[in-house]
Write a protein that binds this ligand. Structure first.
Ligand code: C5P
Length: 308
């Protein structure tokens, strides 16, 4: 007797959002090399889709823009997520993980973290482990500082190295434009440059004005409060981002900021019309490789209903 597809799915697809840091306050380097953060994450509606299918052994494939830069070996966060979950439940990670990429690769938008969270949720559903959300979040935190937020989505304040999350209320929809730079930046290199530029970093704290702007859905107030302590370091390593930031704000963005450790730049705009104008101006300027429009907040890792 064949088992109906709806009961034992042959594959599971999970959609996972990108993130932008509305505020990234960075403290001094800790003894373990990480930095304490006050990290206001906002999930944005650009998504990777991670599909897992039973296979003889663990295998990763990837398609989409920048797919050639994605490692397909065991260093891929999606592979590590599958192995971590399998190890916890005493089974083998015998799945084919396919990543359909739409989040800019190495862009400071947590694309790799999204794939880790996506693979974890997908394997969990495929294997029926029954893991609690807390267990999944623990595994996420072991995989990387931004991975728990990719699972949760919405908006959250991340403290510690960014992995301890408190969900935040958001009172409206924010419109963003992302300028994808030609090239990448290494996150450790940007933190290293931060250390060089900021010998006496203060204890990081979330901005009350920024949290209030999120709560009330006030884009103008949020624009005024956007802040990224890694921005001077990213600009120092990738000076042409200054031109991209200038182009976006000259085209009418409320504010522009480097996204996380960069080199993607993020522009908060008033509405969808303004987003289209800013995206067009950014592309026409030649100061970026691509411009993407997206709304926030977006939901976290979500299992998609299988296609019949
Ligand atoms: O946690 P994750 O693997 O994403 O971090 C990548 C790198 O970014 C770390 O190896 C570290 O150099 C830097 N980092 C940091 N402080 C944080 C998060 C990341 O220094 N809070």
């Amino acid at each position: 007797m064949t088992t109906p597809r709806s009961i034992t799915p042959r594959s599971i697809t999970v959609r996972v959002p990108a993130k932008v840091n509305a505020q990234l306050a960075v403290g001094a380097a800790r003894p373990d090399g990480f930095h304490d953060l006050a990290n206001v994450f906002l999930a944005v509606g650009l998504y990777d889709e991670v599909t897992v299918t039973p296979a003889d052994e663990l295998r990763v494939t990837c398609e989409g823009p920048g797919a050639d830069q994605v490692p397909l070996d065991r260093t891929n966060l999606a592979a590590r997520a599958a192995e971590a979950l399998a190890a916890r439940y005493g089974r083998s990670a015998d799945v084919h993980i396919h990543i359909a990429k739409d989040i800019p690769v190495a862009g400071g938008m947590a694309g790799g973290s999204a794939d880790g969270a996506g693979a974890l949720v997908a394997c969990d559903a495929l294997w029926g482990t029954g893991a609690s959300r807390e267990e999944l979040l623990d595994i996420c935190a072991e995989l990387g500082s931004d991975v728990p937020f990719s699972l949760v989505g919405g908006a959250a304040l991340g403290t510690g190295r960014g992995e301890k999350l408190a969900e935040l209320a958001v009172g409206g929809t924010f419109h963003w434009v992302f300028a994808v730079a030609d090239g990448g930046l290494s996150t450790p290199a940007v933190y290293g440059e931060f250390d060089r530029l900021t010998p006496e970093a203060p204890v990081p704290e979330a901005s009350e004005a920024l949290l209030e702007a999120l709560r009330t859905g006030d884009a103008t107030a949020l624009a005024a409060a956007l802040a990224n302590d890694l921005q001077p370091a990213a600009l120092s390593l990738f000076p042409s981002l200054t031109d991209t930031l200038r182009t976006g704000t000259a085209a009418g963005a409320l504010a522009g900021i480097v996204s996380g450790s960069g080199p993607t730049t993020a522009f908060l705009v008033k509405d969808a019309e303004s987003a289209a104008r800013v995206a067009e101006a950014l592309l026409a300027s030649g100061t970026c490789r691509a411009a993407r429009v997206a709304e926030a907040p977006a939901p976290g890792a979500t299992v998609l209903v299988p296609r019949p």
